[in-house]
Design a protein around this ligand. Structure first.
Ligand code: SAM
Length: 302
C-alpha cells in the first residue's frame, strides 16, 4: 500500500532506513548499514548518482516514482531480496555489472588486488588471464579493463551465469579479447597457459551455509556451497593448477572463512594469505612453482 505522506527523496530514504531497522535486515551485498542501503536503493532506482548533492534530496517525486520506490522497499523488506538484484546492477572495481539471480552479487576483496595490478606479486603485464568460476564476469572483465592488452577467459559451470557474463562483456565493449567457456573447474578450457588465474569459487562450508541470512537464499546455491568443508572444488583446482600456469604464473583464490580448512588440509604448503585495506580475508596466492612443487600433495588430497 502506498504511503502517501512521503514526498521527497529524503522522505523515502528516511522511511526505508526505519523499515530496514525495524525488520532487522542483513546488509552484505555492497553496503554494511541501513543508511547506505536505503540511499543505494532509492538513488539507484531513480537513476541518480550516488554522489548527489544533499540539496537534491528535497526534490519531490512523481506519483509513479513513489509507487515504484515503495514497491522496491517492500520487496527488500518482505522478501529480503538484495538491493543489487532489485536494481539489476552491482558495482565492482568502479564498474557497473548487470546482475540477476543467476549470478552471485559481486563483492570479492579481489577487487583491491585488481585495482593495484596485483602489485608487487605479478611480474609484468599478464598476456593471458583466467577468471575461473566467473559468475557475472566481474573479476575477469575488471582485469581486462586494468590490463588492456590481455586476453581473458571467463569460465563457469553454469550456462545461466555465462549468459550474464556475456551481457557484461558486451556492456564493457571487450568482446574482442574476453571470452566465455563453459566447464567444470579447468575442464573445457583451451590448451593455452595463463600468466594469472584468479578465482572466487564456491567455498562456503556446510556450517556457514546453514547459518546464512535470508538475503543469501536469493543467490544461486551453486555459487556458494561446496561440500562439508567448502573445498570440494578448491581441492580439484589446486591439484590441476600447475598444468594451466605459465612458468612465472600466479594462482589467486578466495576461500573466505574456509581458510581454516585449507590450512588444516595442507599444513606443509606455505600459502601467502593476502591483506586488504577495505576489509575481506581468506584469499591466498601461490606461484606456479609452488603449485608444481606441491602437485602430488594436492592430487593426493582431492
Ligand atoms: C562465488 S561465485 C563467484 C562469481 C564471481 N567470480 C564473483 O566473484 O562475483 C562462484 C561461481 O562458481 C561457479 N561454479 C560452481 N561450481 C563450479 C564448477 N565446478 N566449475 C566451474 N564453476 C563453478 C558458480 O556457477 C558461480 O558462478
Amino acid at each position: 500500500m502506498i504511503n502517501s505522506r512521503l514526498r521527497t527523496l529524503r522522505d523515502h530514504i528516511r522511511w526505508a532506513v526505519s523499515r530496514f531497522h525495524e525488520e532487522d535486515l542483513f546488509f552484505g551485498h555492497g553496503t554494511d548499514n541501513a543508511w547506505d542501503e536505503a540511499r543505494q536503493l532509492i538513488l539507484g532506482a531513480l537513476h541518480l548518482p550516488w554522489e548527489i548533492a544533499d540539496s537534491y534530496l528535497d526534490c519531490r517525486l512523481e506519483v509513479d516514482e513513489i509507487a515504484d520506490l515503495q514497491r522496491l522497499i517492500a520487496r527488500r523488506v518482505d522478501e529480503r531480496v538484495p538491493t543489487p538484484y532489485l536494481l539489476g546492477e552491482a558495482w565492482f572495481c568502479g564498474m557497473s555489472f548487470i546482475v540477476d539471480d543467476r549470478v552471485l552479487i559481486p563483492r570479492s576483496p579481489i577487487a583491491e588486488l585488481i585495482e593495484s595490478h596485483f602489485a608487487p606479486w605479478l611480474d609484468g603485464e599478464p598476456a593471458r588471464i583466467l577468471d575461473l568460476c566467473t559468475g557475472s564476469g566481474c573479476i575477469g572483465i575488471a582485469c581486462a579493463d586494468e590490463f588492456p592488452e590481455a586476453e581473458v577467459v571467463l569460465s563457469d559451470l553454469s550456462y545461466d551465469a555465462l549468459e550474464v557474463a556475456n551481457q557484461n562483456i558486451e556492456r564493457h565493449g571487450v568482446e574482442g579479447r574476453v571470452f566465455t567457456v563453459q566447464g567444470d573447474g579447468f575442464e573445457g578450457l583451451p590448451g593455452q597457459l595463463f600468466d594469472l588465474i584468479v578465482s572466487n569459487p564456491p567455498y562456503v562450508d556446510a556450517e556457514d551455509f546453514a547459518d546464512m541470512p535470508d538475503e543469501y537464499q536469493h543467490e544461486p546455491e551453486l555459487a556458494l556451497a561446496c561440500g562439508d568443508d567448502g573445498l570440494n572444488l578448491v581441492r580439484r583446482m589446486l591439484s590441476e593448477a600447475a598444468n594451466h600456469l605459465t612458468e612465472k604464473g600466479l594462482l589467486i583464490v578466495e576461500v573466505g572463512n574456509s581458510q581454516v580448512h585449507v590450512q588444516a588440509l595442507y599444513p606443509e604448503v606455505d600459502f601467502h594469505w593476502l591483506d586488504f585495506q577495505r576489509g575481506g580475508h581468506g584469499v591466498f596466492m601461490l606461484s606456479a612453482a609452488q603449485c608444481r612443487e606441491h602437485q602430488a600433495v594436492f592430487a593426493a588430497r582431492v
